[in-house]
Design a protein around this ligand. Structure first.
Ligand code: ADP
Length: 543
């Protein structure tokens, strides 16, 4: 047919170009590794992105080449996101908390040409230098005055930009051009790469900005505690400029007191991060007796947010939105903002709903299936493996035919590896990662459920439930607790608390105390490490 609409490819650089004109007051505030606070508008970031693109041209970076980062949240990292994708290259963010072995694997697998590192990570790179590819160029994200003494041949970011034109003839890229690469942290086997396109990234930014509009609005100040080095900080570097919100980048200090001070000083309206970070902030709010001024919403995801934490924020008048997603989904899949009719429900019921993982975003479809792959009803009780489909979901893994072959089912849905229920309002409830479920006598016990309830005990700072082998039941739950004060909770009192919500056969068989829980590179409790730590654990009545 003739006379239809124009076909303009979706482009990441268009977001920043748009923001630099449409949202002149908005930009990026950064706590720098150099120690001070830096401010830049989106227009300035757009100009510096152009200078960077010229600089990378001069270093020989071309279309499709991977430019890696090993950096905290800050404006230079943001400029790399745009400059690199804008010129048609691929921005590959590396998680600095990965093991040296995984990091080297990723750099090799991605065939990175340039690696941009924050000052903090120079010693790490020096330690790894023997094993890095010979032709890898290393750029330090600082100015000449702060360049470290090093035996390595290091380039200086500000020198690369200096004197370059502040406009660039951005190429018109096909919207399916690769733009960014992020590896899953891979608890078993090698990490696998999710390769985002311009199209998927812009679509994700638009749906996130529309759906999470309580946070993403013009004039808002958003604190991404979620790192730019993992799943694009949940899409914030794209969604915030689109919506006209300013990003307040916290740099390396993420403890409760540092976050509180930064939020208060900058008037942060919403903050995004994993539950472990918010435990620290909650403790600080309790200590100071009030939340930071102007703080409206906390976005929490990455692992299940305990109901007690959600209630704590809500009682202080801070809205909590619980989201679920994964690297392979760009990453946001669902959000827990209550629908209009739900807002009329009693407070208790609202809190119950808020502790679920919430509704799908536009463009994300979900199904749960049984072990034969047959779809299960969305009735809130049928539990099955969660599959997803949509414009912002991977169709396979970067340069990994073996993993790609296994990623999708025969109908083209991506298997998340999560086990979930979905209720008749479309609210998702993640029960576990399939490998963390406790299989007791042919029934499943959700570790997330038990942890959530135990977290409500005032004597518990944090906790985890893992499966241990049992001769009769195959597996039984072991509860591991980090106590809050001097008085430790007893298994009996925790059983009493649990029995208000779960059946007797689901109660943990034993209780162990630890000083802290091991965390993964993405700040989640590492069940794998715990399972190894408690391997061969003797349950009291296991004979
Ligand atoms: P990895 O931790 O392997 O790098 P991701 O960061 O992509 O991977 O994590 C995705 C996984 O995190 C999901 O599959 C799910 O198991 C878990 N997850 C994310 N958000 C939530 C949430 N709100 N509640 C429970 N689990 C979550």
């Amino acid at each position: 047919m003739h006379g239809m609409m124009m076909n303009q490819p979706l482009s990441i650089m268009e977001i920043l170009r748009y923001a630099s004109g449409a949202h002149p007051g908005a930009g990026i505030v950064s706590v720098r590794t150099e120690g001070d606070i830096h401010r830049e508008t989106y227009a300035e970031a757009y100009a510096r992105g152009a200078q960077l693109a010229h600089g990378l041209d001069a270093l020989g970076i071309g279309r499709g080449d991977r430019v890696a980062t090993l950096a905290w949240n800050g404006y230079r990292h943001f400029e790399i996101y745009y400059g690199v994708s804008g010129m048609g290259a691929v921005c590959h963010t590396i998680n600095p908390r990965l093991s040296a072995e995984q990091m080297l694997y990723i750099i090799g697998h991605a065939e990175d040409k340039v690696l941009c590192v924050d000052l903090t990570f120079v010693p790490l790179i020096e330690a790894l230098s023997e094993h890095l590819p010979r032709n890898l160029k290393i750029v330090v994200l600082t100015d000449r005055a702060h360049m470290p003494d090093s035996r390595l041949d290091l380039l200086c970011y500000e020198e690369i930009l200096a004197g370059k034109p502040d406009t660039y003839d951005w190429p018109h890229l096909d919207e399916q051009t690769a733009a960014a690469l992020c590896y899953t942290s891979g608890t078993t086997g090698h990490p696998k790469g999710a390769l985002y396109t311009h199209r998927s990234t812009v679509m994700h930014a638009m749906t996130v900005a529309i759906t999470l509009n309580k946070s993403l609005k013009e004039g808002a100040k958003i604190l991404p505690v979620v790192p730019l080095f993992h799943v694009n900080a949940w899409g914030l570097p794209y969604a915030a400029p689109l919506a006209g919100a300013t990003l307040v980048m916290p740099g390396p200090k993420l403890d409760g007191a540092s976050l509180y001070d930064l939020m208060e000083a900058e008037g942060v309206t919403s903050a995004w991060g994993v539950p472990t970070v918010w435990m620290g902030l909650r403790a600080e709010i309790e200590k100071r007796g009030r939340p930071p001024k102007g703080f409206e919403q906390v976005m929490v995801g990455g692992s299940a947010a305990p109901r007690s934490m959600i209630e704590g924020f809500e009682k202080d008048g801070i809205d909590v939105c619980h989201a679920w997603g994964m690297t392979e989904m760009s990453p946001v899949g669902t959000h827990g903002q209550l629908s209009e009719p739900m807002k009329a429900l009693p407070w208790d019921e609202q809190m119950r709903l808020k502790s679920l993982q919430g509704r799908r975003l536009f463009g994300v479809e979900m199904k749960i299936v049984d072990e034969q792959g047959a779809p299960l009803p969305h009735d809130g009780t049928a539990m099955g493996e969660l599959f997803v489909r949509g414009n912002t979901v991977v169709s396979g893994y970067f340069n990994n035919p073996e993993a790609s072959d296994k990623a999708l089912d025969s109908e083209g849905w991506f298997g998340t590896g999560d086990v979930a229920t979905i209720n008749d309002h479309g609210f998702l409830s993640i029960q576990d990662r399939s490998k963390d479920l406790i299989k007791s006598g042919g029934e499943w016990i959700s570790s997330i459920d038990l942890e959530n309830i135990v977290m409500a005990c005032p004597k518990v700072a944090s906790c985890a439930v893992i499966a241990v082998a049992h001769p009769k039941w195959d597996e039984r739950p072991l509860l591991i607790v980090v106590p809050k004060g001097d008085e430790k909770p007893t298994l009996e009192e925790l059983h009493e608390l649990l029995l208000e919500s779960v059946a007797k056969w689901q109660l943990p068989d034993a209780l162990e105390f630890v000083q802290e829980l091991p965390l993964t590179a993405t700040g989640k409790v590492s069940k794998l490490t715990l399972r190894k730590q408690f391997e061969g654990y003797q349950l009291p009545d296991a004979d």
